[in-house]
Write a protein that binds this ligand. Structure first.
Ligand code: CP
Length: 304
């Protein structure tokens, strides 16, 4: 079966097809309301989620399909010690497609070995979040008209933030993408992401003030408390960036502010009404792109 564990599992052409389909669905959702009739999605969420789980479930139901799953792993037999391998073997015998979120980096690579149906990584620890990346690409393409030739600032927790790891790897495949990694020393972008990049396509800074005037896109992230081994370090770093109206006054007129959400304090609510703040729109795009992804992996289409 066809799976999505990391963004590179799809070619640029396939990603374009998914984004095009998502745009068609957005324009005319009623046309797609029965394409997955009789199909079942399992959402296996071993870690908390609002957007990813509910947008997957909404996506499948809006396509006419159905959903089973859990969001409290304590209610599954994982709490009795059942392995991830056995869980995936069992669930893939019940459903047509699986979306799984798990707190351990690399768990999606492990799980995908045991599935007999299409498998989607809905976030594995601090590693990858490829459906967030599809959401981000749809947002950028729809709101700017292109995916190439952007200067993208990524700000905050670049060490543990799986959304930025996936997004950088994906955007690096498009021509003339430039990255500014804005993070404190302790939370810099890991080498295993930077190794994919040529030296001249990125620079690193701790200063959002210095970087913001040069950006086309600013991708803010939350400092990921749940990934810190040392909570004292989290306390020191948790408020290291705060995007507010004053900082926005130094940003280009057309710069978009994105955020995978949830946010804590890193974007002041006064920014929400700025026309450049697109993070709530971005979350809605996530549902449409997951509709397109489910259709692609199940090989279904509308009957013309
Ligand atoms: N962006 C995102 O993954 O949000 P959730 O953790 O709420 O799913």
């Amino acid at each position: 079966s066809r799976n999505l564990v990391q963004p590179e599992d799809f070619s640029i052409k396939e990603i374009d097809e998914i984004l095009d389909l998502a745009q068609q669905i957005m324009a005319n959702p009623d046309k797609y309301s029965e394409v997955c009739k009789g199909k079942l999605l399992a959402t296996l969420f071993y870690e908390p989620s609002t957007r990813t789980r509910l947008s997957f479930e909404s996506a499948m139901k809006r396509l006419g399909g159905n959903v089973v799953g859990f969001s409290e792993p304590g209610s599954s037999s994982a709490s009795k010690g059942e392995s991830l391998a056995d869980t995936i073997r069992i669930v893939s015998g019940y459903v047509d497609i699986i979306a799984m979120r798990h707190p351990i980096a690399g768990s999606a690579d492990e799980a995908v070995k045991y599935t007999e149906v299409p498998f989607i990584n809905a976030g594995d620890g601090g590693n990858q979040h490829p459906t967030q990346t599809l959401t981000d690409l749809l947002t950028i393409k729809t709101l700017t008209g292109r995916l190439d030739n952007h200067v993208i600032g990524l700000c905050g927790d670049l060490k543990y933030g799986r959304t930025v790891h996936s997004l950088v790897k994906a955007m690096n495949r498009y021509n003339d993408s430039k990255f500014v990694f804005i993070a404190p020393e302790q939370l810099r972008m890991p080498g295993y992401v930077k190794q994919y990049l040529k030296d001249h396509v990125y620079y690193e800074t701790a200063s959002l003030d210095n970087a913001i005037p040069s950006l086309d896109l600013l991708y803010m992230t939350r400092i990921q408390k749940e990934r810190f081994a040392d909570l004292e370090e989290y306390e020191l770093l948790k408020d290291c960036y705060r995007l507010d109206a004053d900082k926005m006054s130094k940003a280009p007129e057309n710069m978009l502010v994105m955020h995978p959400l949830p946010r804590v304090n890193e974007i002041a609510t006064e920014v929400d009404n700025d026309k450049r703040a697109v993070y709530f729109q971005q979350a809605k795009f996530g549902m449409y792109v997951r509709m397109a992804l489910i259709m692609k992996l199940l090989g279904v289409d509308v009957e013309e």
